[in-house]
Each structure stands twice: as C-alpha cells, then as structure tokens.
Design a protein around this ligand. Structure first.
Ligand code: SF4
Length: 984
C-alpha cells in the first residue's frame, strides 16, 4: 500500500478489520482493508470528508483509489430539501456523484431517486450555459449569446424606469418552487415592488387554506414517527410533501405497529402500503372525514379537555347562538347535532366506500388518542371546488382528538420550521398588486397566478418586466395556450425573462434566457417541518466550497459553475446595484456590505451574518470546532436548532413580554412589547388592536398562554373571518360538493384525476435527468376495465381521446383495477415538448418536437417527431431507447379557481372514448375562446372584497401574504364605501 491506512474510530470496525486481516493472512493473501476503511453500509463519517477514498469502478479488477472531497448541499428536485453530499474528485475537480448527507437532520442521509440524479442535471448536454437574447420574433427559436453585463444593464434600465415612473406594478417575479426562504421577497421589497407571484394556487393552497383557518398557520407538521395512527389524504409515501423525510418516519412507525390509513382514489404506491386503502369518489373525502368526526362526537370519544381549552367555542356560541348560555355543555349539545347527518351511510353514499369500512376506520382513528398524525396536501384539496374543506375537516379530527402538537400528533408547521433574520430588512412595499391579489379573491391563500393571462386580457394592467424562476407557466398551469398567447404579446408583457438552468416550454417565448444553477451550483437557506424540531439547511455551490476548502478565494459563483451559469442571489444583488447605481432610489443600501460600506454585499457576508447573528446555537457549535458559523455550514450543510419543540400554544407568556397589556372580553391578550418566545414563523400577521398593540397570547385556564396566531388566539372551529368576509355558510368545517360531484356530471362524463406525481419525476424540474427519464417517460390514462369495456377501449396501449370543456388530448390507455370505475387518471409529469424549428433547444430525452397551429376550433398541437437517440457530449443520449414522452394534458384544462381559497380545482369532468380516425398519440386541441368563457363563469362565483369587506380592506391582514405590503396598501381604493371600521 502506498498510502497509510487510517483506522476509523467507528464502533466495532477495528475488530472487523482485524478479523478480516487475520483471515486473509491465514489464507496466505495480501490483506486489503478497503478504500474507504469503513464498513460499506456506513455513511462516510464527517471526519473523513476532506479525503474520502473509493475504488474506481472502471479500473476493476485493479484497485485504483479515487480521492474525493465531500461537500454538502441540498437537493432541489422537490421541496423536501434533503441533504446531498457531492463527491468532488480531487483529480479532476469535478463532481463525480451525489449521495445522501448523513448529517442532515431531516433526511438523515437518505434520498429518493431524484437526489442522486442531480448529477444528470449538472452534466446535461442540453442545458443553458450562457445568457441568451432572442434574435427574432418571440417564440421563433432564434437566439444570440450576450454578456451578463448586457443583460443586466438592459433589465436594470427597464426596472429603474418602471420604479421612477410609478409603474411598480409592472414588475413581477413569478416563482415556481422557491427552494429558499425569503431572499426573493426581500429583493422585491427593497425595490418597493409588490411583485412576488407564486405557483401555490396551482399546487397546495387548497390544502393550506383548511389548516390556515384552524391554526393561523397553513401547513401541518405531523409527527409520523411517533404516531399510532397515520391518516393520509395524499400519496405521501412516494410523492407528497415532505416525501422522503416523512416516508422514512412513516416506515419507522409502521415497523412499530402504527396503522396507516390512505384516502386516494388511485392505487398509488402509498396506498399499497396502507392498512386501510379507501378509494373514494373524487371530492367526497370531506364527507368521510366528517363521518369519522361525527363518530368521535356521538361516541364521546373526543378529548373534552382539549376542546374546552383550545377551541373558540365561546366565540362560536356568541356569534351563532346568541340566545344560549355560553357554557361548554351548551356547545357539546350543539356539536352533537352539527354533524349528525354525516353518518357512515351518508359518507358511503357520497364516496362509494362501504359504510362498514368507514366505520372500521373510524374505530381505528378513535383508538389513536393524541397519537394521530395526518396530512393532506395537493390531492383532493387541489382537485375539487371546496377542496380546502378536505384539510379543514381532516384537522377537525385532530382537534377533536386533542392530537395537536403532541407526541405522535400534528403540529402547526411554523413551530417546526426556522427562518433566520437576514442582514437587511427592507420596508413593506407601499403598493398593492391587483393582478396577483385581485379584489374578487380576498381570502385566496396565495397569488391568483394562473389567472394572469385572463386578467391582462381583461385590460386590468400590463407587465413591463416579467421574470420566471423555477417556473414553466405554459406547461405547468392549466390553460397553457392562453399563457402562450400572453407571453407572445409584447403589448401585454414588455420584456419576458426566464431565469432557468434548462430549456422549457415557457423559455422558448422569452426575450432573455439567463442560465441559473442547479442544486450544487447556488446558495439558498431553507427549513421545513419534517419532525418535532427545527433545522436550517444550506444549499451551496459545491465546487466553490471545495476550492475554498483548499484555500482558494472565490468571489463570484460563476468562477466555479459551468459556462456562465450563475445563481439568483448574486444576480439579484448585482441587478439591484444597477437599478440604483448611486443609491438615490434607496434600493442599493439593502444590497450593500456592512463590513465594507459602499461596496456590494457578497453572499459570504450575507450568509455569514445570518449564521452568526440569527441562528441560535450555531456560533457556539461552530466555535467548538474552530470554525466560523458560515464555515460550519459550508462543511456540514445543515444545523438542528431545536428538537422537541412541544406544545408551544400551551406555553405561558412571561410578564416581561406583556408590557402595557390589554385583554379583550374573549381573552385575547395584546401587548406593546416586542415579540418574544420561541423562534417560530407565523405565516400571517395577526391584527393589532385599536391601539396598535400586537397579539401576544390568550387567556386559557386563567393563564396567558401563547396560543395560536388566529384572530381569537385559539383553534378556530368557527371562523370569524369566513363569516365576516361573506361566507358564513362555510365558517365551520363542512362538506362542499365538488364541481365533479356525480350529481353535477352530465350523462357519460367521467372524472379525470390529473394531479398525481410519479416518485421519479417532479414537474418540469427533472426532465433533464437521464436516469429519471429512463425510469419514467410516459403518462397513460388509467382506466378501469369495466369502464374500458363499456367505452369499447379494448386493451392497454389503445389510443383514447379525452375531451375536456375546452378541447381534448389523445393518450394511451392503461387498463387497471387500480382506479375506481367512473374515474380516469393521468399523471401530470409528462408530455414535454419543443416547437419544431427550434433545433437542439431542448431538455434532454423527454421532449417531443411538435407542430403548433391554428384551426377553426382553436389551437392544435401534434408531435412531428418523438424523442429519439442523438449524438451529444454525453454518449448516453445515443442510447435513448424510448420514444413515447406522454401527453401534455394540462393544456386542455380551463382555469377553475375556487372562490374562497383561490386554488385551481384540477379535477376535470371529461368524456373518454376510443381515438378517432386521424388521431395521433399526444395530439392536443384547445379553444382559448372557450377558456375565456369558463374563466368568466368561475369568476361569477366570487364575492369581491368591495362587496363583503367588513373594514374597507382588500384582505384580512392576518392571512398570509409572502410579500406583505404596508398596512395602508391593504385599503380598498374607495375604502369608504364598505368600511365598517378603520384600520389602526
Ligand atoms: S425527496 Fe427526493 S427529490 Fe425531494 S429533496 Fe429529497 S432527494 Fe430530493
């Protein structure tokens, strides 16, 4: 051996190595202890990350050792933010592979297939490497390479003009998966622009809304690992939030005997692991939840003490039963009648599931006590009109059991998430963006992003400069061809900028395509609720960190990234400087160094300040290893701040936090003291009292406790917000019949489930991962054999035509009993395309080349050429063996916004039949004129703030807004007309 053998300090390893050495020597062989010197099943111990040794697989049988620097970063292929370890080859200076980071408290070294596939994205031969500007008309596919300086100067000039001319609302940054906590919002706030837009209303806002109205916090954080019963309305073991970190904890619980109940119309991988799989009629999930809740109520198997202490039943009685005594017994009596109609038989009639099965499930739930964990995310909450009541009724079960912030229960996510304070905090913008937060949707959980083409077609405004980031609106949203019409209209969108690592159906229509880094090529911080604790993760450019570990000085991430690939954070800082070069607009100061005033803030200083000043415990932990806080995060990638956060709502508020207190008759406590207590992140901003004091807690049991960030401070069984903003009939957890309820379907129509993920792809993020593409590249229509026989669809692989309200698509059938009769399903991942004439402008082996044109009925799209092998820098592109890339079904869906949550209701009422003569796989036909009509019909369901606002504001201030404008901006333009009371 030319190298010294370092014996690791791992339990038992020395014994094993000694035994192996003795055995080899007894056989007369030369002992080789193994390249890594640790047991193969072990993760690389962090002490060895500077020089990790493995054998070259290509050199075998020669034992050629390869030396690696292991650098942590964070996966960006879904929002779980699992830790990755990049293996940076000491010889080549390149990343050889990605594996799990064992030091990450959320993912604990584990990843799904998409984590290691990051290497495909980094080495993708089709990725965008240089800034590009269009060289013909929009969408013509002609591009010229430009410098970053040219792009920055052009964009800065436009944005500066918009700001100085009072056109702030013409600047918008539209995010898909953010992958970070607050950087973009902070940039926009520094510009004084209310320009944050998100994809959330086509994703999770339905699920969030139900939790928000209960807790004042919009996401659940289930403690699956310690649960006795796990109740999922989501394919959570394979694809839901937060898939891998939650799945491994659900698996642990199952191993200890926990029961898993899954409501999923489709036999998902998650359903296959359930003890109880319920395949309900789509949209009936809330009826099942209410039948379970009713069982708990009728059998008095609910947690009376918890309900008495933490529900706002007094407020409910006072508002809805004014003649009755405000006593818990009164409430119990009323509660017993409220849900009495939701019998097992009623739920069975709505869902199609046997009443005895629902009764058995209810019995299992009742036995869970406070160890009942639950989750509902996209799934039913994202599919149905009123889908937000699915999560509201699900949390009703948790709240009845008292399984809230208990071991094995469900926490408000903000208690298990940590967002550090940044170095600069700009003020709230003083403007309101009506295109994202229109008057018709005052209670929308998030921006009404998917209606943008219709709002601009209505003449509600225009955009001067429109950025997209990790977002592909033409492909991801419903009604994508209306998006294409918008993005090719320079009157409506003056300049369209795609910040993207790879080509997409939207980037084709951009004016600028600017290359951004993948997971291992950029900085972000993030923190997600994955167990009862708080952690913060650090995504970083791994080659930058590796070279800095060797003593090099890197000042710009472009110095280590391929081509001229950059990262958003350095880009935003530079762009902000160019918008305000002399500081006269007051923007530049939020992007200046504190250490070297008058110079640009660097990402090292930005994150160094954050880790040193606002992550409790990290400076001490780093110092113990002789590292700076930033150095510690660069080395290990994640830090656990707390574990066992517990029942924060029960905590007593110390007197020191109760300066100048005021207590309402209902027990809400206000103070003028600054916020204290645990570092938690409420998603809204509870309304101050008339004196400007902030809510600090609520009196429960004669003690001021922290409570919940709702208006009452309690769990809101009855929502004064829903009641006060025009929706009193939905103020309680309830059941809203879906737009695809059987009673609303026309004869012959089926329900199309279009939202489900595959475990091996994520939206448009993973299409340039060749390993994932090989695993999953098509999306057949699931159809029950009984339906297939009735519809004359004879076998799997037959072409079917699926007709929606605005068009149709043609796909292959998959006959399976994994879907209930009357329902068909199609995964939304596939059907990627590029326009013919765009040459190699593509995203790997997943894009068909299509012709897109007009016909009498609207747009028609047909694949001219499916994917095929091709020559590139990667020899694997010549080995592509598949040609079917599926169908882009979302193009054929009209917008269907829920009038309360604002969530797009994805399920479609469709007709399905055999393909017609001349139909081809992947065909799309869409009438965008009809799409306008459907938009208008759903708009009529709304109750605009101008009519219902009780206080002259556009939106309750306590509800979430990711980028919150100033209080004055919340006022309706002519606020006097409806104002019942004025803002403080
Ligand atoms: S679950 Fe998979 S895709 Fe998501 S962050 Fe973890 S490894 Fe990446």
């Amino acid at each position: 051996m030319s190298r010294p053998v370092h014996m690791p300090a791992l339990d038992g390893l020395g014994v094993r190595v000694s035994a192996a050495r003795a055995a080899a020597e007894a056989r007369g062989e030369t002992f080789y202890p193994g390249a890594s010197r640790v047991h193969l099943a072990a993760f690389p111990p962090k002490e060895r990350w500077d020089d990790w040794v493995e054998l070259s697989s290509r050199a075998w049988p020669a034992r050629e050792e390869r030396h690696y620097t292991l650098v942590p970063t964070t996966c960006f292929n879904c929002e779980s933010a699992c830790g990755l370890l990049a293996y940076v080859d000491a010889g080549t200076g390149r990343v050889r592979k990605f594996e799990g980071n064992p030091e990450h408290p959320g993912s604990r070294g584990r990843n799904c297939a998409k984590g290691p596939a990051t290497i495909n994205q980094v080495t993708d031969p089709d990725r965008v490497l240089y800034p590009l500007r269009r060289a013909g008309r929009r969408g013509a596919g002609r591009w010229e390479r430009i410098s970053w300086d040219e792009a920055l100067d052009a964009l800065a000039a436009r944005i500066r003009a918009a700001i100085t001319e009072g056109r702030q609302n013409e600047v918008m940054v539209h995010l898909g998966r953010p992958g970070e906590d607050g950087f973009t919002e902070r940039v926009l706030a520094s510009w004084g622009v209310d320009g944050h837009n998100s994809h959330t209303n086509v994703c999770s806002s339905g699920g969030r809304t139900g939790f928000q109205f209960w807790m004042g916090i919009d996401r659940p954080s289930p403690d699956h690992a310690n649960a006795r019963v796990i109740y999922l309305i989501s394919s959570h073991l394979e694809a839901g939030h937060y898939f891998n970190p939650h799945a491994q904890r659900i698996t642990e619980a199952r191993a200890r005997g926990a029961k898993v109940i899954v409501l999923d119309t489709r036999l998902s991988n998650t359903a296959t692991h359930a003890d109880y799989w319920l395949s309900p009629q789509p949209g009936s999930e809330a009826a099942i939840n209410l039948a379970v809740a009713n069982h708990l109520i009728q059998t008095r198997r609910y947690n009376e003490d918890f309900v008495r202490k933490w529900w706002n039943w007094k407020e409910y009685l006072a508002a809805c039963h004014p003649g009755r005594p405000v006593a818990f017994e009164t409430f119990q009596e009323i509660l017993a009648g409220l849900y009495a109609e939701f019998t097992f038989e009623f739920a069975a009639a709505e869902s199609g599931i046997d009443a005895a099965v629902i009764a058995e499930v209810a019995g299992v739930v009742a036995g869970a006590g406070t160890r009942f964990s639950c989750h509902s995310w996209r799934s039913a909450a994202a599919g149905n009109l009123g889908g937000w009541q699915v999560s509201r009724t699900l949390f009703l079960i948790s709240a009845l059991l008292g399984a809230v912030a208990t071991e094995g229960g469900t926490f408000p996510n903000a208690w298990n998430k940590f967002v550090p304070r940044p170095i600069h905090v700009p003020p709230h913008p003083g403007v309101w963006q009506d295109l994202s937060w229109p008057e018709e949707y005052p209670l929308a959980q998030n921006e009404m992003s998917f209606l943008l083409p219709h709002f601009l077609a209505d003449g509600r405004g225009r955009l001067d400069t429109y950025f997209i980031r990790v977002y592909n609106p033409v492909w991801t949203n419903p009604d994508g061809l209306s998006w294409m019409e918008l993005l090719t209209d320079e009157q409506k969108v003056g300049c369209f900028v795609a910040l993207t690592p790879t080509w997409s159906e939207s980037a084709y229509f951009a004016d600028y395509v600017l290359p951004m880094g993948h997971a291992s090529e950029r900085h972000d911080t993030h923190s997600y609720e994955q167990y009862d604790g708080q952690w913060i993760g650090f995504r970083q450019p791994v080659l930058r960190a590796a070279r800095e570990r060797r003593g090099e000085k890197i000042t710009d991430t472009r110095q280590v990234n391929p081509g001229e690939v950059w990262e958003e954070n350095e880009f935003w800082i530079e762009l902000s400087w160019r918008i305000d070069p002399d500081g006269s607009l007051g923007i530049r100061r939020y992007h200046e160094s504190l250490e070297r005033p008058g110079t640009r803030l660097t990402v090292d200083e930005y994150y160094g300040w954050m880790f040193a000043n606002s992550v409790p415990g990290l400076p001490e932990r780093a110092a113990a290893e002789g590292l700076t806080p930033l150095g510690w995060m660069r080395r290990y990638g994640a830090f656990e701040i707390t574990r066992g956060q517990g029942a924060v709502h029960e905590q007593e508020v110390p007197d020191a936090e109760l300066t100048d207190p005021a207590v309402t008759p209902a027990g809400r406590v206000y103070t003028s003291a600054p916020p204290g207590g645990p570092n938690i992140v409420p998603t809204g901003a509870p309304e101050p009292d008339g004196q400007g004091r902030r809510p600090a807690g609520v009196v429960v049991g004669g003690v001021v406790r922290r409570g919940f960030p709702t208006p009452s401070g309690l769990l809101e069984f009855w929502s004064s917000t829903l009641a006060g903003w025009g929706w009193p009939e939905h103020a309680l957890p309830g059941y809203i019949r879906s737009h695809v309820h059987p009673a609303r379907l026309e004869p012959g129509q089926l329900v199309l489930l279009s939202t489900f993920r595959l475990p091996t792809q994520i939206h448009t993020r993973s299409a340039n991962s060749k390993w994932l593409d090989e695993l999953s590249h098509t999306n057949p229509v699931w159809i029950n054999p009984a339906d297939a026989a009735r519809l004359d669809i004879r076998r799997t692989g037959d072409l079917v035509r699926v007709e929606t309200e605005i068009g149709h698509f043609v796909a292959k059938a998959w006959l399976t009993e994994g879907i209930r009769p009357g329902v068909v399903a199609c995964s939304h991942h596939m059907g990627r395309w590029k326009l013919s004439g765009h040459g190699q402008v593509s995203a790997g082996g997943m894009m068909a080349t299509v012709d897109l044109g007009r016909s009498a009925g609207g747009w028609v799209m047909r694949a001219r050429d499916q994917v095929r092998p091709y020559e590139s820098a990667d020899p694997d592109t010549a080995r592509i063996w598949w040609s079917d890339t599926g169908v882009h079904q979302n193009l054929t869906f009209p917008v269907q916004p829920d009038p309360i949550s604002g969530m797009h209701c994805w399920h479609q009422a469709v007709r399905v039949g055999p393909a017609r003569p001349g139909d081809a796989h992947g065909d799309i036909a869409v009438d965008t004129g009809k799409a306008r009509e459907v938009y208008r019909s759903w708009l009529e369901l709304t109750r605009p703030a101008g009519r219902v606002s009780p206080d002259g504001t556009r939106r309750p201030r306590w509800l979430m807004r990711p980028l919150r404008p100033s209080p004055a901006a919340f006022r309706l333009p002519d606020a006097g007309r409806a104002s019942a009371r004025s803002l403080p």
